[in-house]
Design a protein around this ligand. Structure first.
Ligand SMILES: *Cc1c(COP(=O)(O)O)cnc(C)c1O
Length: 235
């Protein structure tokens, strides 16, 4: 690589993703300021994340509490105004740590987690932004409340636990047309009076913008491909 290449490619594609968001927002007659870009840094270490922070980006997503605890406290000392979103499944024994480190959780999906988060938020006197994950494809291996249980679960959060829910989140099945799932999630959020829609990843965020997404979660399109883990699972 020449010096010029290095300047043009600072190890991430943040600018390219932002330009695509702006283009799609314009086409959809939306204000791109209404679309929050969450840079998903899971599996990437602090040295890979720092250039994106230095480029001015501050909103990041991680899918594991423990992994995030290993890199973000240090990065937050350098960049105190970082906003962290937990986008992966949460165990109730990690609820206290999650509330301490994160500003938003996208994966509230069962009563045990909702109760644990409500209790830890009260203890810490800290309000997080919260999304209910909906398993729109009813996939057995996928986290998320089933569509048929959403009304009851939302009522539990709102009425019994007084848990402030900002919106709904989904991950469409890999082999299905994502637009169907985005449309469904947007419709259900509207019916519940919720404004937040956490939907759209590297492969489908442009489509999600047309379905009124408010939070897109972009990993590989910014940071590049992730390594396959030793366990064989692609994070
Ligand atoms: C990893 C992950 C993303 C980002 O995926 P990309 O395809 O790399 O953009 C988004 N949302 C969730 C829940 C994830 O786990």
């Amino acid at each position: 690589m020449t010096d010029q290449d290095t300047a043009a490619h600072p190890g991430h594609d943040l600018d390219n993703v932002k330009a695509r968001i702006a283009d799609r927002a314009r086409e959809a007659n939306r204000n791109s300021a209404d679309i929050t870009l969450i840079a998903v840094s899971k599996t990437f270490d602090a040295d890979a994340i720092r250039p994106v922070l230095q480029a001015g980006h501050r909103i990041f997503g991680e899918n594991r509490v423990q992994e995030a605890q290993g890199k973000w406290p240090g990065l937050k000392e350098e960049f105190p105004d970082v906003e962290l979103h937990l986008i992966g499944p949460l165990q109730s024994n990690k609820a206290r740590d999650a509330v301490a480190l994160f500003d938003a959780i996208h994966t509230i999906d069962r009563p045990k987690i909702a109760r644990a988060i409500a209790s830890e938020m009260a203890k810490a006197d800290k309000k997080l932004r919260l999304f209910i994950q909906v398993n729109t494809g009813e996939e057995p291996q996928r986290a998320g409340v089933l569509p048929g249980d959403l009304d009851e679960f939302y009522a539990l959060c709102r009425d019994e636990l007084k848990l402030p829910i900002d919106g709904l989140m989904c991950i469409p099945p890999i082999d299905e047309e994502p637009g169907v799932h985005f449309a469904f999630l947007a419709k259900r959020a509207g019916e519940l009076g919720l404004k937040g829609l956490s939907m759209g990843m590297s492969s489908d965020f442009e489509k999600a913008i047309h379905f009124d997404t408010t939070h897109i979660r972009i990993g590989s399109a910014i940071f590049g491909a992730r390594q396959i883990t030793a366990a064989g699972a692609k994070n």
